[in-house]
Write a protein of this length. Structure first.
Length: 275
């Protein structure tokens, strides 16, 4: 039987979970107050609307499912806004779940994304709500996944696909101006990382810390071209610090890749974070 890989992407949008985040050791009430603070939510929506969501809408391969995970306690007006943002995209779905242990919510969210009857492998894809991916990342992920499944000797074990070359965008501070740098990472990056597993194996891409995933799974790392924009803006839950060598693209090459691959200009990024 010919293998068929189905790609399911998941974004956690200020999901109120038990564990799973650096700040989730806060008391439940304090965590809820922090996540749903109107000013904070407005910033998250701005990043999602101007950076993250457009990068998924522009995908050259639109044959994927996207779940946006929120909690049952998510503010009603924000819920309506989120649903309106994705209403015209049949493959995008807002998933609302009660507060529960983080990994259990992740499993349920992926299960709620429909699986085609002829699927042999699930490619669980992850992206944060303040990052962006290249317009070809879904197409490249599918190509890598189907090739590895086809030629692999062991088709029963999950494996990782990661894109370890991309941009880090740092916002303006009192000491520094806006900056964007290209890096080749040593370990898998969360943005656009995928775990491919055969039907029946419920392991997904959130099962292990992304930086340690290559200690638990076979890992294919693609560094052909920059495939992500990770943002550092002072409210990141985890440290957004490059771990590998810096790239050497010229400013003109960076501008071209930003526009062609991500639909962004440097001035657009500065406007988003400077708003």
């Amino acid at each position: 039987m010919q293998s068929k890989v189905q790609i399911k992407a998941l974004i956690r949008f200020s999901y109120l979970s038990e564990g799973g985040f650096a700040i989730s050791n806060m008391a439940h009430g304090d965590l809820e107050k922090y996540l749903y603070d109107p000013e904070r939510l407005e910033k998250r929506f701005l990043l999602f609307e101007k950076l993250t969501l457009p990068s998924l809408i522009r995908q050259t391969d639109s044959n994927f499912k996207l779940g946006i995970l929120i909690a049952s306690s998510f503010p009603p007006k924000s819920l309506l806004r989120l649903k309106e943002l994705v209403a015209e995209y049949e493959n995008f779905k807002v998933i609302q779940l009660p507060t529960m242990i983080h990994i259990r919510a992740i499993y349920q969210a992926y299960d709620l994304l429909e699986t085609a009857p002829d699927t042999t492998h699930i490619a669980s894809f992850r992206l944060d709500d303040d990052d962006a991916v290249h317009k070809d990342i879904i197409a490249c992920t599918r190509d890598h996944a189907e090739t590895i499944v086809r030629v692999g000797k062991n088709k029963t074990n999950p494996f990782i696909i990661s894109f370890n070359r991309g941009f880090y965008f740092r916002t303006k501070t009192e000491k520094t101006d806006f900056s964007l740098g290209e890096f080749y990472e040593k370990t898998p990056v969360a943005a656009g990382m995928t775990l491919v597993s055969p039907i029946g194996n419920r392991c997904n891409v959130f099962r292990r810390n992304h930086r340690k995933a290559n200690q638990f799974f076979n890992c294919y790392s693609d560094m052909t071209r920059p495939m992500f924009i990770r943002t550092f803006h002072g409210e990141n839950d985890s440290g957004v610090i490059p771990t590998g060598r810096e790239g050497d693209l010229s400013p003109e090459e960076v501008k071209k890749i930003l526009l062609d691959g991500f639909g962004q200009r440097m001035e657009n990024l500065e406007t988003i974070f400077g708003a």
